[in-house]
Design a protein around this ligand. Structure first.
Ligand code: SF4
Ligand SMILES: [Zn+2]
Length: 444
């Protein structure tokens, strides 16, 4: 097969971003398994943090807030989803509330639940290798998955004031999603893609330049092979076009970089063998379960560097609402003619040159696929950036980064502002949010 020895560019002995060769020269063995948050263990960790918080008032030191040891402990024990890193970049203080202190969030973004349903429909298409599902069947499938996603979401999705029920809101927005899904299954590049990895959790262990270990976790939407044998990692986005990355941002994309690294150096994980927090609040990992272990080195976890990384931009599959340019323009040569619609004379019309080349009503809005590649050197360099980001979180570097997201995104405005008004900078260490997977609009 043409992809068999693609990985030969991989330098031997690399196992961390400090480029530390393992003494025995082996590869891949430092990767350990972490997984989705374990709610029960998280509760124990929180209880412990609360206990410590009672005896440790947070204080200011210089211009860096020295948080209570409870918070420092929590930061030290965090492992990372890419969405957490994205949140930190948006506003470190929001990150602190959302992911460390676990300040209660009242609802989930509705779009996040719709996205989950959309992902499941696509998973179904690839599992069944059926790319000829009718619009009506897609809709049924979608609504069923929407109901399941709602049930699974521990925090209910946010209901718009316009609709009486979640189901009504879903039904109103559903046609848009089903149109995108219809476009997805019509696209040749999706039909000729053979996903061997679908919605698979992973854990990736990386070391930073100070030999500190960081764990990253996430869910890979798809990896597999095109008909020509190219091994690709693919990620599906239902986001609105405001978020559509340009070519540079797509190439640098943090998530695809991390996931590309994970396919190569990470390991699959499942709910059975996920790491746990001990009673002391330490992260512990007992090794991959036999089922996960058996995937490694197979097509289900081929340990290759993806030759292509593909962002699948679902909004691109929406049909254009109108032509880009008007079809007829006044004839520059002048002259008059009869308007067949009105029977009156008008300036002579000719076909607009621009119209010929512009997009037309009904055409797909975009290519659907934003394709990049990430050679090994690129993955290493870019992952160093990611590690520095994670290192800042571990070091407890939190500050307010105000902006549009305060109003539109952040659900922690009250404590953020409230904390500025109290004399002692008390941080109420509540509970680590065990709902991270379901409240996560970037989790897709
Ligand atoms: S209100 Fe703004 S500055 Fe405060 S935590 Fe939220 S996003 Fe950050
Ligand atoms: Zn497992």
């Amino acid at each position: 097969m043409p992809f068999a020895d693609y990985n030969s560019a991989d330098p031997d002995g690399f196992d961390s971003l400090g480029d530390v060769a393992k003494p025995d020269g082996s590869q891949h063995t430092t990767t350990r398994l972490l997984s989705e948050e374990d709610a029960k263990s998280a509760d124990r960790l929180i209880a412990l943090a609360e206990l410590k918080a009672l005896t440790n008032e947070p204080t200011y030191g210089g211009n860096v807030l020295n948080y209570s040891p409870a918070i420092a402990d929590l930061c030290g024990n965090l492992y990372f989803r890419q969405s957490m890193l994205q949140d930190y970049r948006k506003c470190p203080m929001m990150f602190l509330y959302r992911w460390v202190i676990g300040h209660e969030e009242e609802d989930t973004f509705f779009a996040a639940v719709m996205g989950t349903a959309g992902h499941r429909v696509i998973q179904h298409m690839h599992e069944s290798r059926n790319f000829a599902i009718t619009y009506v069947d897609i809709m049924q499938l979608f609504l069923r998955e929407f109901d399941t996603a709602c049930r699974d979401s521990k925090i209910p999705p946010r209901l718009s004031a316009k609709y009486p029920t979640l189901r009504a809101q879903a039904q109103a927005v559903c046609p848009e999603y089903c149109t995108m899904l219809l476009g997805y299954q019509r696209h040749k590049d999706n039909q000729t893609f053979h996903a061997t990895i679908l919605e698979q959790s992973f854990v990736l262990e990386l070391k930073d330049e100070f030999s500190r270990t960081f764990y990253f976790t996430g869910t890979i939407d798809q990896a597999g092979y095109y008909d020509d044998g190219v091994f690709a990692l693919r990620d599906i986005k239902f986001r609105i076009n405001d978020f559509r990355p340009g070519p540079t941002a797509a190439k640098l994309d943090l998530q695809l970089t991390l996931y590309g690294f994970a396919v190569h150096k990470g390991v699959p994980s499942c709910s059975e063998c996920r790491p746990k927090y001990s009673d002391e609040g330490e992260l512990v990992y007992a090794g991959p379960c036999s089922v996960c272990q058996s995937l490694i080195g197979t097509s289900k976890w081929p340990m290759l560097i993806p030759q292509k990384t593909v962002l699948i931009w679902m909004r691109d599959y929406m049909p254009r609402q109108k032509d880009q340019y008007t079809k007829y323009v006044d004839d520059p040569a002048g002259g008059k003619e009869m308007n067949p619609d009105t029977g009156r004379m008008r300036k002579k019309q000719v076909i607009n040159d621009k119209w010929i080349h512009g997009y037309k009503k009904g055409e797909q809005a975009g290519p659907g696929h934003i394709v990049t590649d990430r050679p090994w050197a690129f993955l290493q360099a870019r992952s160093a950036d990611i590690l520095r980001l994670a290192g800042m979180i571990r070091d407890g570097r939190f500050y307010r980064n105000e902006g549009e997201h305060c109003e539109y995104w952040c659900k922690h405005r009250e404590p953020c502002l409230g904390m500025l008004e109290t004399e002692v900078q008390e941080l109420d260490v509540g509970r680590l949010n065990e709902h991270v997977a379901t409240i996560d609009p970037f989790g897709e």
